[in-house]
Design a binder for this molecule. Sequence first.
Ligand code: PGA
Length: 257
Amino acid sequence: MERKPLISGNWKMHHNHFEAIQMVQKLSYILNPQDYEKVDVSVHPPFTDLRSIQTVIESDQMSIKLGAQNCHWEEKGAFTGEVSTAMLEKLNVSFVIVGHSERRELFGETDAEVNKKVKAVLKSGMTPIMCCGETAEEREAQKTEEKVKTQIESGLSGLKGEVVGEIVVAYEPIWAIGTGLTATPEDAQSVCGLIRETIKAKWGQASESVRIQYGGSVKSGNCPDLMRQPDIDGALVGGASLDPDEFARIVNYRLVG
Ligand code: PGA
């Protein structure tokens, strides 16, 4: 089955709204209309930038999709500092990253919370990008398979197959994030293949349409080989997405490789 690749830029806690506007304008200037026919492109700025970027995207009719980096699972309430999916939906956000390893490791997010967030994002009509991946220690202890399988099964628990088929999963080995170390294309393929198998075993057909991104020190140089792997359908890019020229080269990975 043909799956349209999704290249997503996770800006993390970088760029105020003025800088973010410049970034997205530059990116849109570099990319051509044909690029979006081959690849879906999303940018995930901090919450404070979302309204500004939404306005720029809509007024200039850009094909770049707006994404968020996190959300809360409740629609509203006494949750100081949190942002609901209903609020994101109102800003025409298309994709929400859920369960990024930095959220899990630094802010103690659990698989059960990730599952609630995935469901909230879907309920608001947006697409979750659910992250999974192992630490260096887990990898050394040969626990990658077990960890990733658990994260997938718990994170997607309670969802119907037709819904799972529409979501995005990002495999991000934690040891490769922001370190300059990338999983080899073969290693990345092997875990992304395992993710698809795990989904197939529980949700059948959904495994054919679900998009699986690789993330962890993706750059224009390593992207083509990663994207050539049969079970890798895109990239979740951190550091390299902060440079519009480099991010555009990643979007156009076919021209580099
Ligand atoms: P990186 O981050 O590309 O800087 O390694 C990826 C991510 O955390 O999504």
